[in-house]
Write a protein that binds this ligand. Structure first.
Ligand code: PLP
Length: 382
């Protein structure tokens, strides 16, 4: 039988209706709902990944990210992938085999950092506190003195616990120890006060699907001058092709721009619009909106007799962990919110599984009316 005479196996042909997804209100740990303008931007035409008009979009994304992060870092781009791809880019580029990396582990994403740093050959050391607490500057100082790391890695906004890690004083400490400061800002960028340059962060990365109100799939990352010096003077090659900063740099800033991979341009249109919304609103106003919305939610929780898990001083506005009252089935409540009210909230992760709900009020969803809808539904379900 020649290749042209093989019969078509028609039993494999599927007939399905058009896709019909429910209009969820996404108040979990992310993704959050995209802003309608972001979706509108995504229907712009496809162009080539080296088309001058797309190169302009990339440049604009970099410029808007510099504003959102408050940095002058030239190397400020978005990787084609989710937040974890930017986390991977951070560790792959600045960690060499044998480098000592000190990771602050007070939640699930600190653990992921330990895993990633280890995969790049780091001698990983951990600082640990109970999930729901932050590290004090003094504890970090002691850790630095004991371990003498080349990289200190912390999660600014731990989505698994709702803790905001204070970063003041770390820039000086890291410079004293000739150590790079690497910070996960996935759940803080665009929603929680964050100043990459003023706080001396050498590497920061984020995601698109949280406070930036875009779909997941592109992930911002910025490398400061000290990080770039380390990258350019490595003894060993970067053990990751896709997230290699030198190759990505030629696509984002080379002259001429060099093909690296086929960027998912529609996701870049989305990120650009999400970031344009940040710039239009203004960072200070946006941070204040997230804070005010979270406070309205916390006040409503109190009226329902519910308690946030994290003390107010280190509580994130973008993600609140709420203690599950004695005798209440946490999963059953989440399930009813989803099936009866179309509202997604998240359950606890890791050490907090079954003990808390996680409620995200991020980006487009950080609004009073969203809080009101959630509180009413919670009151009815409980
Ligand atoms: C703090 C933090 N870091 C990293 C990630 C990983 O991002 P992604 O799931 O987009 O890969 C997340 C995702 O929720 C996160 O919350």
């Amino acid at each position: 039988m020649s290749i042209n005479t093989i019969p078509i196996a028609d039993n494999h042909r599927l007939s399905l209706p058009t896709i019909d997804m429910p209009p969820r209100i996404l108040l979990g740990a992310g993704p959050s709902n995209s802003h309608p303008r972001v979706f509108a931007a995504m229907i712009a035409p496809t162009v080539g990944h080296l088309d001058p008009t797309f190169i302009r979009v990339m440049d604009e994304v970099s410029e808007l990210l510099r504003y959102a992060w408050q940095t002058d870092n030239e190397f400020t781009i978005a990787t084609s992938g989710t937040g974890s791809s930017a986390m991977e880019a951070a560790f792959a580029n600045v960690v060499e085999p044998g480098d000592r990396v000190l990771v602050g582990v007070n939640g699930y994403f600190g653990r992921r950092m330990v895993d990633m740093a280890g995969r790049y050959g780091a001698d990983v050391r951990c600082l640990e506190v109970t999930w729901g607490e932050a590290f004090t500057l003094e504890a970090i100082r002691q850790g630095m003195e004991t371990h003498r790391p080349q990289v200190l890695a912390l999660v600014h906004a731990e989505t698994s616990t709702g803790v905001r890690q204070p970063l003041d004083g770390l820039s000086e400490l890291c410079r004293e120890h000739d150590c790079l400061l690497l910070v996960d800002t996935v759940t803080s960028l665009g929603g929680v006060p964050l100043h990459v340059d003023a706080w001396g962060l050498d590497i920061a990365y984020s995601g698109s699907q949280k406070c930036l109100s875009a779909p997941s799939g592109v992930a911002p990352i910025t490398f400061g001058p000290r990080a770039l010096t380390k990258i350019h003077n490595r003894r060993t090659p970067i053990a990751n092709w896709y997230m290699n900063a030198e190759l990505l740099g030629k696509y984002w800033a080379g002259s001429p721009r060099a093909y690296h991979h086929t960027a998912p341009m529609h996701l870049f249109y989305a990120l650009r619009e999400g970031l344009r919304l940040v710039a239009e609103e203004g960072l200070a106003e946006r941070w204040a909106r997230h804070q005010a919305t979270a406070e309205a939610f916390w006040a409503g929780l109190e009226e329902l007799g519910l308690t946030p898990h994290v003390p107010r001083e280190i509580r994130l506005p973008s993600l609140t962990t709420v203690r599950v009252p004695e005798g209440v089935d946490a999963a059953a409540v989440s399930r009813r919110l989803l099936t009866e009210y179309n509202i997604e909230i998240a359950g606890g992760l890791g050490d907090l599984a079954g003990k808390v709900w996680r409620v995200g009020l991020m980006g487009y969803n950080a609004r009073r009316e969203t809080v009101a809808v959630l509180l009413r539904a919670l009151a009815e379900v409980l």
